[in-house]
Write a protein of this length. Structure first.
Length: 650
């Protein structure tokens, strides 16, 4: 037996979980933080001795403190607005109101993305637990799976990184296939979904044309990725698209594994890559951090086993489960119109078991599944959680990122797809309400700290750092600027996609906007600002931040009128009054003073001068005042006209 062994290897041998072994190592005084760390022979001996003393029973980890019961809510994928409202004990209209503030328009039966449900619950002060959709209470599932049973599902992994750093070649090496050779110029032209098996467990890979497709799917609400593998060439190091991929993965909130590729090259320098990662808040395990890094060579098939094992280790921490008994649902990875087969779509099943013959709603389209093919082109009858399959039988081609769900029959599917089409049109109209510099207060995020998301592009690194630091210095206790992404170069479609997903504004300094990006920004109602003078840029953002501050109002008195006579009319008593100072305005608020006491406060129903309806009456003129909902006006009462004015914030 070798003198050293990795944490996860020893845990498997001792039939312990990785977390349990790390707790045991900590109790033995061993400073080990990562599941992939290598243990010395002395550490291994300590562990074996401790396990033998305890008769093979590892010490239980210290339980985490339980959250307060009355502020705990469990959310699950595909939760409807009504279900979320019932779980939190509030009315559905309150949930819809808060969703509207998040720029989400939903009916009470509309399903919500897990991320949206979680963020909304957190904003309302709840401790969030992520669970699975409860199994239906009606008939038993036809696939024979017990109701409510959760099973471990394969992790879904997206490969991302800079162009030509070996993303698809790495996946080819893992799959033992040659996808790259069949693609134009060796560059990925499509989204592929594949499944491989390692160490008795399956892993689902999504091979995308880049971070743009990854974010486009997330912008449409398709949260399909569990882990991101960031491929970085050891000879090139961190490149602009690598930085963008890091920011997109962070925005999605998924763990990152860094695969340092091309270590077989003479000028390879993996250590430089690890150092560069620290600049982007990714501290490698070798430096005491928690970001897993694996040195690989896709061309030579070096250390691929370590990468696959690392993916399974991270997946074990995530505790990924799926409910086979749940109603089948998932997301579209890619779709196209095939001349011989009609509309076909590659979908990723996330819950339940998808079966040939199921009636499905897929975004704005629908259909009945006539056939399913797996990633190897073989016909299959069923597909469980985290399984990618190609389906046939849809009425039209859906969009990548569209959600699919199984319904009871074709008629229901057609009806729901039409409803979804109407909802999408409503959403497109709502896009005009995205965050802009002129309209930040109406769009502000609920909570004590307001956040203005920004994407910054500049011509050179020096200017980029100057702009970023100047904007970040504007943040204070009430308003914070969150730079979602910054980079050098013109504003492109990738920047607009990220702004769409994160509801951000795009700021450019000494750069231009690509034509395609400009068109996309107009379609998605993204606020894009380009400046040549940094002081104008800072001034505009400062004004936007003032719009994000909670407004402060003060009362301003406009004038007073004395009631000198009462005229009875069918509409109510009219106070014949004389304006003694200032002016009385119909649109302003009003109060009635009887001595020093305020006896009524509200608005004027009518204001007349002689026989004419007027908007205001000035000092020295008589008028007739009809108060809205107040009939106890008396001679000698004073009607005060006032308004609330916003106090500027600096």
């Amino acid at each position: 037996m070798p003198g050293t062994i990795r944490v996860y290897e020893l845990a498997k041998e001792l039939k312990m979980s990785n977390t349990e072994l790390l707790h045991l190592l900590e109790s033995l005084g061993e400073n080990v933080r990562s599941h992939s760390s290598t243990l010395s022979a002395e550490s291994v001996a300590k562990v074996r001795g401790s396990v033998q003393k305890s008769d093979g029973a590892p010490p239980a980890p210290t339980p985490a403190p339980k959250p307060v019961a009355d502020k705990l809510v469990e959310v699950f994928p595909g939760m409807t607005v009504r279900e979320l409202a019932e779980a939190m004990g509030v009315g559905a209209p309150e949930i819809q109101k808060r969703l509207l503030a998040m720029r989400v328009i939903a009916s009470v039966t509309q399903t919500l993305d897990l991320d949206v449900s979680s963020r909304l619950a957190e904003q309302m002060g709840y401790e969030v637990l992520t669970g699975m959709r409860p199994a239906p209470k009606a008939a038993a599932p036809s696939n024979g799976v017990r109701k409510g049973s959760s099973v471990n599902r394969p992790p879904v992994v997206t490969i991302m990184g800079h162009v030509d750093h070996g993303k698809t070649t790495l996946l080819d090496a893992i799959r033992h296939t040659d996808v790259t050779g069949g693609e134009f110029g060796g560059i990925t032209q499509h989204i592929g979904a594949y499944q491989v098996e390692w160490d008795g467990r399956k892993i689902t890979f999504l091979d995308t044309p880049g971070h743009a497709a990854f974010t486009a799917m997330r912008a449409r609400g398709a949260q399909v990725t569990d882990i991101v593998v960031l491929v970085v060439a050891a000879d090139d190091g961190i490149m602009p698209q690598t930085v963008e991929a890091i920011n997109h993965a962070k925005a999605a909130g998924v763990p990152i594994i860094v695969a340092v590729n091309k270590i077989d090259r003479e000028d390879a320098n993996p250590d430089r890559v690890l150092t560069q990662l620290t600049e982007y808040e990714l501290l490698a395990e070798a430096y005491g951090g928690d970001t897993m890094t694996v040195n690989v060579s896709a061309k030579k098939k070096t250390n691929l086993e370590d990468l696959l094992t690392g993916i399974l280790v991270v997946a074990e921490d995530l505790d990924l489960t799926g409910d086979p008994a749940a109603n089948p649902e998932g997301a579209v990875v890619e779709a196209q119109l095939d001349r011989g087969r009609g509309p076909v779509a590659t979908v990723l099943v996330q819950q339940g078991i998808l079966t040939v013959g199921d009636a499905v709603v897929v975004g704005e389209t629908h259909g009945k599944i006539k056939a399913m093919l797996d990633d190897k082109g073989q016909r299959v009858l069923k597909a469980g959680p985290s399984t990618p399959v190609e389906i046939q039988g849809l009425s039209s081609v859906p969009n990548a990122g569209d959600r699919f769900t199984v319904v009871k029959d074709d008629r229901t599917a057609r009806h729901l797809s039409e409803e979804e089409g109407m909802r999408k049109r409503t959403e497109r109209l709502a896009l005009r309400h995205r965050v802009t510099l002129q309209d930040l207060r109406r769009q502000m995020i609920e909570g004590e700290t307001k956040v203005l998301n920004a994407i910054i592009k500049a011509d050179v690194h020096g200017s980029l750092e100057a702009v970023r630091q100047s904007l970040e210095q504007l943040s204070d206790a009430e308003v914070k600027i969150d730079v979602v992404h910054s980079g050098v170069g013109n504003i492109g479609q990738s920047d607009i996609l990220l702004a769409t997903a994160s509801n951000a504004i795009v700021i450019g300094f000494n750069v231009t906007v690509d034509n395609d990006a400009r068109t996309m920004a107009q379609d998605e109602s993204i606020d894009v600002r380009v400046y040549n003078i940094i002081y104008e840029l800072i001034d505009d953002v400062r004004k936007a931040m003032l719009g994000k501050l909670e407004p402060v109002y003060e009362e301003v008195s406009l004038g007073h009128a004395e009631c000198r006579a009462i005229f009875r009319t069918p509409r109510g008593p009219v106070a014949g009054s004389y304006v003694i100072d200032g002016k009385v305005t119909r649109a302003a608020e009003a109060r009635v003073l009887r001595g020093k006491e305020v006896v009524w406060k509200g608005r004027l129903q009518s204001l007349r001068h002689v026989k004419d309806d007027v908007r205001e009456v000035l000092t020295g003129f008589e008028c007739g005042i009809l108060l809205d909902g107040f009939t106890d006006i008396q001679v000698g009462d004073i009607v005060e006209s006032f308004e609330m004015r916003e106090v500027p914030r600096y």
